[in-house]
Design a protein around this ligand. Structure first.
Ligand code: AR6
Length: 168
């Protein structure tokens, strides 16, 4: 699987699936969640209502509706509470479970935002290391490309450095 980082608004990416950093209601919110719902249109929240929410670390899929991406995989990251509350494992679960759901959909390209690193307050360099470590240890079936979609140049710098350290 190829791992890349780029700077973009995730709602513009023409990949098979984008991942949404949602909350457990799956009914929308701020940050990347709000942007995805606005770009996908109202049908997205209609489908989300049928999913019955989502626990932290888990992932559930919907269609992409008006997005260029075919699928949205909604996952719920942990709220950062200082690091001793299982945050790292839960964040890793978000990436691993999103990839598992993507495989069941036959996804070949997937883009991730920095789950939990906005409103939920997860420190960005540590979150990037977990994201890269988890995605690179996934035994790929159909997924050929994983993109870490960074919203700012600073975030892209963090991912570039983490990828270089990881040896990608
Ligand atoms: N494209 C790519 N990345 C983005 C975009 C975008 N359009 N917009 C923001 N980001 P956040 P969280 C980045 O706060 O921390 C919502 O209200 C942003 O810079 O969206 O997991 C949910 O409903 C940051 O690096 O998600 C939950 O209640 C990253 O996306 C809560 O926020 C994640 O920031 C989830 O908080």
């Amino acid at each position: 699987m190829q791992l890349t980082a780029l700077r973009a608004d995730i709602t513009t990416l023409a990949v098979d699936a984008i991942v949404n950093a949602a909350n457990s209601s799956l009914l929308g919110g701020g940050g990347v969640d709000g942007a995805i719902h606005r770009a996908a249109g109202p049908e997205l929240v209609h489908e989300c209502r049928l999913l019955g929410g989502c626990r932290t670390g888990q992932a559930k899929a919907t269609k992409g509706y008006r997005l260029p991406a075919m699928h949205v995989i909604h996952t719920v990251g942990p709220v950062w509470r200082g690091g001793n509350d299982g945050e790292a494992e839960l964040l890793s679960d978000c990436y691993a479970n999103s990839l598992m759901v993507a495989e069941t959909l036959g996804v070949r390209s997937i883009a991730f935002p920095g789950i939990s690193t906005g409103i939920y307050g997860y420190p960005k360099p540590e979150a990037a290391r977990i994201a890269i470590g988890t995605v690179s240890s996934h035994r790929a079936g159909c997924i050929e490309q994983a993109i870490f979609c960074c919203f700012s140049d600073d975030d892209l710098g963090i991912y570039r450095e983490a990828l270089a350290r990881f040896g990608s």
